[in-house]
Design a protein around this ligand. Structure first.
Ligand SMILES: [Zn+2]
Ligand SMILES: [Zn+2]
Ligand SMILES: [Zn+2]
Length: 416
């Protein structure tokens, strides 16, 4: 079973990093490096009705499954295509009713188990790395993660045993750990969560905080595009995490979720840390680390309340302020306070474009949200300006022919 590989890149042993992907030809900014169909995927419960369960197309007027009335499809073809996966859940959702609540990881793992049973050859998603080769890092998992895995295993038995030949608990522990380290979340152009998936070839890329590619999604296909020039022989790096935060924060996250410490140029030079962590000049002594930690955990729950408190220590462009303002913007959007959301968006977007790499989905989605807010508030000039900035990044990250970009251009036309 020899893999056919991918034109333009190859698997190799990256010094100090284990296996990775490197280029075998030149790539310019915006070039598609490779595309990878999902090996397995699942639409998130909250997006049911808005997206087709099978192809993830977003449109009005999808038709629902006549039996469970919870899964929605473009047409009969999509419904048929999805049945081998949907049948795991269709009657279960009917019989459990409101009590049907497996986590998204459990739903994804159930689908992987079915796929593995029937798919014995390597798939188009495994041209460089097969799912079986995924790292699990089971030996490094702490008690908390172990308990979470055990909960997932119990849920799999509870919700799926009628519809699935469930592997041994040891095999399941391995599989859940593999999915936790190698799984992806599929997001739309505003970075809203659409679902979870495994893309083995995409998972082979190592991490850098100064990545040379970005991953976006077209339906259930992951597309990897260059955001820096890449020469033959150069390693191709993706980012596994949100790059807004300081070197210390990023590495805590990498250690916790992926079990390594990053040694990229950003992590060695820490060139952006000072700006990211800037505090108010008039404070004579910097805050204690515990103080900062306390404020950071607070902002998740009571961002509106801590705004005032944090504002006396951090400048508005400090990443903790930005994080909190982002939460506050989310609250405003939820409450349909468009003016409030716009004000936060305006404060966030400039520092975002400084702190993040030149091409970043976080920056693009912020310009997009802000631009759409402006358009809705009849501020056309500002709206067009923000949307154009979003498109400039998206042309590189999504490719110029992506339907998201066509949709934004149409929105700009309609508001004329
Ligand atoms: Zn469809
Ligand atoms: Zn159904
Ligand atoms: Zn790094």
């Amino acid at each position: 079973m020899k893999s056919e590989g991918i034109e333009g890149c190859e698997r190799f042993l990256s010094p100090g990093k284990g296996r990775g992907v490197r280029a075998t030809r030149h790539f310019q900014v915006g070039d598609l490096v490779f595309a990878c169909p999902a090996y397995s995927y699942v639409l998130t419960v909250n997006e049911r009705g808005g997206h087709c369960e099978f192809c993830f197309t977003r449109k009005d007027g999808l038709s629902k499954c006549g039996k469970c009335k919870q899964a929605y499809y473009c047409n009969v073809e999509c419904q048929k295509g999805d049945w081998s996966m949907h049948k795991l859940e269709c009657s279960a959702m009917c019989s459990y009713g409101e009590n049907w609540c497996p986590s998204e990881t459990v739903r994804l793992v159930a689908r992987i188990i079915v796929k593995q049973k029937f798919q014995t050859d390597l798939t188009q998603s495994e041209r460089l790395l097969s799912l079986k080769e995924f790292e699990s890092h089971l030996d490094k998992i702490d008690n908390e993660k172990n308990e979470m895995n055990q909960t997932d295993i119990a849920a799999l038995h509870h919700f799926y045993s009628k519809y699935l030949d469930i592997p041994s608990n040891a095999a399941l522990a391995e599989l859940f750990a593999q999915v936790n380290c190698n799984g992806f979340t599929i997001e739309d152009e505003e970075l809203s969560h659409l679902g979870s998936a495994v893309f083995p070839d995409v998972a082979l890329m190592n991490h850098s905080c100064n990545p040379n590619v970005i991953v976006t999604y077209k339906g259930t296909v992951a597309e990897v595009r260059a955001i820096q020039k890449i020469s033959p022989g150069e390693e191709i790096f993706n980012s596994y995490i949100d790059l807004l935060y300081s070197t210390e924060d990023r590495n805590e996250r990498l250690k916790d979720s992926y079990f390594f410490t990053c040694d990229c140029t950003e992590c060695t030079t820490k060139s952006k840390d000072e700006a990211k962590m800037e505090i108010r000049q008039k404070l004579s002594t910097p805050p204690e680390p515990e103080e900062v930690q306390e404020m950071v955990s607070e902002l998740l729950e009571i961002c509106e309340l801590s705004l005032e408190k944090m504002g006396s220590v951090f400048v508005d462009t400090n990443v903790y302020m930005l994080h909190m303002m982002y939460q506050a913007m989310g609250v405003c959007l939820y409450m349909q306070d468009w003016d409030g959301a716009m004000k936060y968006g305006e404060k966030i977007v400039e520092p975002y474009s400084v702190h993040y790499p030149q091409y970043s989905l976080n920056v693009a989605s912020m310009y997009l949200k802000l631009g759409r807010l402006y358009m809705g508030l009849e501020k056309r000039t500002q709206g067009v300006k923000a949307l154009k900035k979003a498109i400039a990044i998206m042309n590189v990250a999504f490719g110029e022919d992506h339907h998201y970009i066509a949709e934004i251009k149409k929105e700009m036309e309609e508001h004329k």
